[in-house]
Design a protein around this ligand. Structure first.
Ligand code: ADP
Ligand code: MG
Length: 320
């Protein structure tokens, strides 16, 4: 199967019609209309086989996840998704593989009415780069640099399941119960787009938890010139996680385990109550897990109010 047949296969399987796509796949560039009064939010993430997903991952899961991690970045900006491009590097032109990949990608794209408008297809070690485009009124965008001392720190959903899923794949005997749940959370994260829209103009700062809570909240603190205190006992965990791990084993998964793709945001007490109610009604509740303080750094307090030594900071490429 040649390059252009692969592109055609992807185009057919991912077809989503949008009025603002004036020219889609097939020309030298796509022509896209940004609505008046909106800023264009753009984000790119690459997934490399063996680094960002285990080599054994199903192609449909890779398709889903490569889009999900990008949509999560739009959610963290408070942006509404519109378009994506896909740069696909494949070891060989495997029709079955590409069809399954495209189906996983398309399942999520359809959920959010997102159109695939272009890309590139090349031969080499398996790697997927997706760029997503979305809209947000500039003044309402959720940035990392707006956190203020006195803000509450909140997180949507639960933390730690994806890290448990990864541990499971590395040593299958590590966990008895809930295997499917943990692995699904690793391979098929849910981008919190509806929740990002609710946070628009109301959260002071926001980030998606991709590298681990402490590391990502650290980015917010640094950008905002503040610090944060996290209460370990307040961290939300799924029933499956609570059943499979004692508190001491849960802590590193929840604090430093990446791949959760929940939103971590800060908001003043004055808006927090109404916001939490709306988030709960949106289908993904948020939990208060700590507060923003003036002193830089992220501190974690344990059940006795003592300082908890945080585990190794989040994942970083090129770190020794
Ligand atoms: P060019 O040679 O002009 O760069 P290509 O031959 O790479 O164009 O691609 C042809 C068309 O197919 C372009 O519109 C491009 O955006 C699209 N395309 C290529 N690969 C992909 C892909 N993996 N997913 C979606 N669109 C793709
Ligand atoms: Mg090209």
């Amino acid at each position: 199967m040649a390059e252009f047949e692969l592109i055609d296969l992807i185009r057919t399987r991912c077809a989503v019609t949008r009025e603002d796509v004036r020219l889609g796949i097939g020309d030298d560039a796509a022509l896209l209309a940004v609505p008046a009064g909106q800023a264009l939010a753009v984000s790119t993430d690459t997934l490399v086989s063996g680094i960002h997903f285990p080599k054994s991952t199903l192609p449909s899961d890779i398709g889903w996840k490569s889009l999900a991690v990008n949509l999560s970045d739009l959610a963290a900006m408070g942006a509404a998704p519109a378009w994506a491009t896909l740069a696909l590097t494949l070891p060989q032109a495997d029709r079955e593989w590409v069809a399954a990949f495209a189906d996983g990608f398309a399942a999520l794209a359809r959920e959010f009415d997102l159109a695939l408008v272009g890309g590139d297809t090349t031969q080499g070690p398996l790697s997927i780069t997706v760029t997503v485009h979305g809209f947000v009124p500039e003044a309402l965008a959720l940035r990392r640099d707006g956190a203020k001392p006195g803000d509450g720190v909140f997180v949507t959903g639960t933390l730690g399941d994806a890290a448990a899923g990864l541990r499971l794949l590395e040593s299958p005997s590590a966990i008895g119960k809930g295997k499917e749940h943990f692995v699904a959370r690793l391979h098929r994260p849910t981008p919190r787009l509806a929740q990002g829209l609710l946070l628009r103009g109301r959260a002071h700062a926001c980030i998606d938890v991709s590298d681990g809570l402490v590391a990502d909240l650290g980015h917010v603190g640094k950008a905002s010139g503040v610090g944060a205190e996290i209460d370990l006992t307040l961290l939300p965990g799924s029933p499956a996680l609570r059943e499979a791990f004692a508190a001491a084993a849960r802590a590193p998964l929840q604090l430093a385990g990446g791949d959760d793709y929940e939103l971590c945001f800060t908001a003043p007490a004055t808006v927090a109550d109404a916001l939490l109610g709306e988030l709960a009604r949106s289908g993904c509740a948020a939990t208060r897990i700590g507060r923003i303080v003036a002193a830089p750094g992220v501190r974690v307090c344990d059940v006795h109010g003592r300082l908890h030594e945080p585990p190794r900071a989040g994942w970083q490429h090129f770190s020794p």
